[in-house]
Design a protein around this ligand. Structure first.
Ligand SMILES: *Cc1c(COP(=O)(O)O)cnc(C)c1O
Length: 396
């Protein structure tokens, strides 16, 4: 292939950008707004990147990041397994994959689903029991419930690990204290339950890669202690989620993390240890774009204010629950001004930004936000009667 000069390369990139914008605008015209556009080509690309950089890790997509059934089906076709957080999520996966051929099934993973919420209602355990799933736990009371209501489950102990520097912290709510972890596993074995593995989660959007290294070290110590005390083997290590997305150029790359992880996993574990990961954000965040419409406009203290038909109670909910910000972008060019962008509900909290750089927009103009696939549409509400954005799939 001919080498492109830098200028040619730039033109090509901007052409691709313009094509993408045209596709989004055409979809908005056809489907109405707001639309949440899911690009399945990007999902497949993310999956393949993860697989390529961590070849010995089986991927369990964390469905809670975005539980759209079409996303589950696309990932399943790639050979993906699933991490679910509730019985309805379990059923979304089960219903969508049960009739699909599973050509890439890896025989060292006996199940396609891990139920990775350490706290399970009794009704859920009863419903789960007939599927013999993998389930996580992190305390004694949960063990008693599992023994009584889902004694056939394969157990995975979730251990608490450092979450320093992760954008969304999880260690205050989940994970057994590392000092008690081996005891808990021994107790489970003594109760006649089957403990298959150990899991951790370093916190979501983890940018401090040392968290993973410390977690791996901590895990190997617990596994060795259990094996020495019981003579039984722990076969699964589940390294959880947290794999960071490049929302900003400053975020260190997944590639760097993968190199570190491979090195440390190879150093600490034999080949027969089955390594699982539960990426959510990494697989879906950059695959989705929101397109919304300006439905109102005013000037407040001299500042242009735009009211659009999606907001913080809807697709922008990640700004509240996920500590994320999604820049609001315009399809139009032109000189920009600092502007406010509000959602459609009757609540001042429904403020997407007070400082967007936007050109002069008019009623019915379209705006969009990129990288909005994770923890966004999934936590959208019906507040004020406005339903979640319509989901539109491309490159399925
Ligand atoms: C939320 C969650 C994940 C996914 O985390 P990401 O940071 O989106 O990769 C994985 N495992 C568990 C147990 C979770 O709670």
């Amino acid at each position: 292939m001919k080498e492109l000069s830098r200028d040619e390369d730039r033109t090509r990139v901007s052409k691709r950008g313009n094509n993408r914008k045209k596709i989004l605008m055409d979809l908005a015209e056809k489907e109405g707004t707001p639309i949440f556009v899911v690009d399945h080509e990007k999902i497949r690309k993310n999956y393949l990147e993860f697989k390529e950089r961590l070849p010995n890790v089986q991927i369990y997509y964390a469905v809670k990041a975005n539980s759209n059934p079409e996303i589950v089906r696309t990932l399943f076709k790639m050979g993906c397994s699933f991490d679910v957080a509730s019985m309805p999520e379990f059923m979304i996966v089960h219903e969508n994959i049960k009739d699909m051929p599973d050509k890439e099934r890896q025989d060292w993973i006996w199940d396609k689903i891990i139920y990775a919420n350490t706290i399970k209602p009794i009704e859920t355990l009863i419903a789960l029991d007939k599927y013999n799933p993998l389930v996580t736990f992190d305390n004694n009371e949960e063990l008693k419930k599992i023994k009584k209501y889902a004694p056939h489950a394969g157990l995975v102990l979730r251990v608490q690990v450092p979450n320093t520097g992760s954008v969304v912290e999880l260690s205050s709510k989940f994970g057994a204290n590392p000092g008690e972890a081996a005891d808990l596993i021994v107790i489970a074995f003594d109760m006649g339950l089957i403990v298959e593995g150990l899991s951790f989660h370093v916190g979501s959007q983890c940018t401090n890669f040392e968290n993973y290294i410390q977690a791996l070290q901590l895990s190997v110590n617990i596994i060795r202690e259990v094996e020495t005390r019981t003579g039984r083997k722990i076969e699964i290590l589940d390294i959880g989620g947290g794999f960071p997305v490049k929302y900003h150029p400053q975020v260190k790359s997944f590639k760097t993390l993968a190199v570190k992880l491979n090195k440390e996993i190879n150093r600490l574990f034999n080949n027969d240890m089955q390594i699982l990961a539960e990426p959510g954000r990494f697989l879906i965040a950059n695959a989705c774009t929101l397109v919304a419409k300006v439905i109102g406009k005013s000037y407040r203290d001299g500042k242009p204010c735009y009211y659009i038909n999606d907001g913080v109670y809807h697709t922008y909910s990640g700004q509240v629950f996920d500590h994320c910000t999604y820049p609001v972008l315009s399809f139009k060019g032109g000189e920009t001004e600092i502007s406010a962008v509000f959602g459609p509900t009757c609540d001042a909290f429904d403020t997407i930004t007070l400082s967007a750089e936007l050109p002069m927009l008019e009623i019915n103009d379209l705006v969009y936000s990129e990288n909005i696939g994770a923890y966004s549409h999934a936590s959208s509400t019906y507040f004020n009667g406005f339903p979640p954005a319509k989901v539109v799939h491309i490159n399925e």
